[in-house]
Ligand binder design. Sequence first.
Ligand code: FAD
Length: 467
Amino acid sequence: MDDKGESDICIIGAGIGGLTAGALLTKKGYEVAIFEKEALIGGRALSFDDLTSFTLERYKELLSRFHMHIQFSDPDLQIIFEKKMLRGYKLDLGYHAIGGGVLSNLNSILSELNDHVDILESYVGLIKDDGFDFPFLSRTDKLKILPNLLRLLFSSEKTMKQLDSVSMKETIEKYGKGKMKLILEIFSRSITTVNNLDRISTGEMFRAQRNLYRGSKPVGYPKNGLNAIHQKLADFITKKGGEIHLEKPVKKILFDGKKATGVFVGNKEHYFKTIVSNILIQDLFTIADEKYFPKEYVKNIKSLTGTGSLCAYYSLKKIDSNLPGKTFHFIERDVGVDGKDAVGMIDFMASLPESGLSPFDHLVQSYIICTPDEAKNKKMLQSLRELLDKNLEGLIPDFRSNLNWAIYPAVWHLDGVAKTIDNKKIDIRTPVENLYVIGDCVKAPGIGFNCALNSAKMLCENFPSLS
Ligand SMILES: Cc1cc2nc3c(=O)[nH]c(=O)nc-3n(C[C@H](O)[C@H](O)[C@H](O)COP(=O)(O)OP(=O)(O)OC[C@H]3O[C@@H](n4cnc5c(N)ncnc54)[C@H](O)[C@@H]3O)c2cc1C
């Protein structure tokens, strides 16, 4: 703290973006204080080490604060909680697959902190009407397709910028034939969690996808769950003297003219040289008076939309020995969603004993993409559930007779801002002096988790090392 009573940096929110920024800035020698409104860290990537310590009411309440609810379950959720059927399972709020495996952005950031997480990683297969292909691309496909695909993905940044406003539909019409068409149709949807190809930005999709071609397998998930990552970042921050205050919602950002000067938490004002907001960008004006921002900026932020999905977690007594460790895509044609076709994934990485996620039986994670509005529509969710179950049945025909339990979380704020041509994402630096925004809602490479990590890294480039 300096002689004006100001500390260095305040971060609002302990999501993966806030924690990463906190750790990197602490390493550079800054005093960092993080205020988080929840009792747990991790934000939308929050993972539960032991859900049996939660009452059903607390679980439901927490989900609702993250724009989610359990739409279906088998048996009834009340019974699942009463019988403590989730004991020993590590679940996230809803299924996550992190783009890039062992060579992902995550471990490159952790290596700066001399740390590392072990990552499970998988190629992706495709579920078909009569079985499945694993991997999705055969050797011959790879020889035919990969050179063209890589040429597209590794275009210059100038070309990428032009492609930002070109829809995937146009790109597929131009380059997509045979299996190349199928790859572009499926991967662009699964990476962006948007089914409507007219909306998906080719530039955003290619930037995110090339992240996955750095030598590792395309899909990854940390052993012992996402919490293993958050805990490492939080430990680094606190060991170096940083502070993480839980259950401390920031009620207001304080301003002095055109400058952000601090935050109001509890019933106290705290002053900082820099304020970094990690909250959903659409919520910024619930804590910051919009009169301090240009009108166009406010209007744009209010217009930004996120993405949605229906997830399913299945606990199965047994599965075929050829499935653990593998991940599969599926595409369902003309099923009434925005964009007509719906893409989803069924993932058996968590069913490996070394995942540390399902100690007794086999945990299968899955999701199917929909829009935020579709994720609130009961009739739509019912048909999406049927599609998830049908695809699992394609891989495990007798899955129902092996089922311990299943829960289906629906989420209508999965990605903070959909990476589409109609959303105009904002820069990390805001028009207000000393105020920055980070997370998956801002202009940074990658999507979802990776975008949040990269935004934190970009933020830190604005701060010279003090040591
Ligand atoms: C069900 C689900 C599945 C997903 N699947 C994937 C996936 O497969 N792959 C992928 O890459 N991404 C996925 N995502 C998205 C990914 O989780 C997010 O991109 C990432 O976690 C965003 O991190 P963040 O730091 O930007 O923000 P958040 O995680 O939203 O963090 C913001 C934090 O701010 C806190 N906060 C809010 N208001 C205040 C306040 N006033 N004061 C203090 N604190 C406040 C919140 O509690 C939260 O902890 C998924 C998300 C969900 C919900």
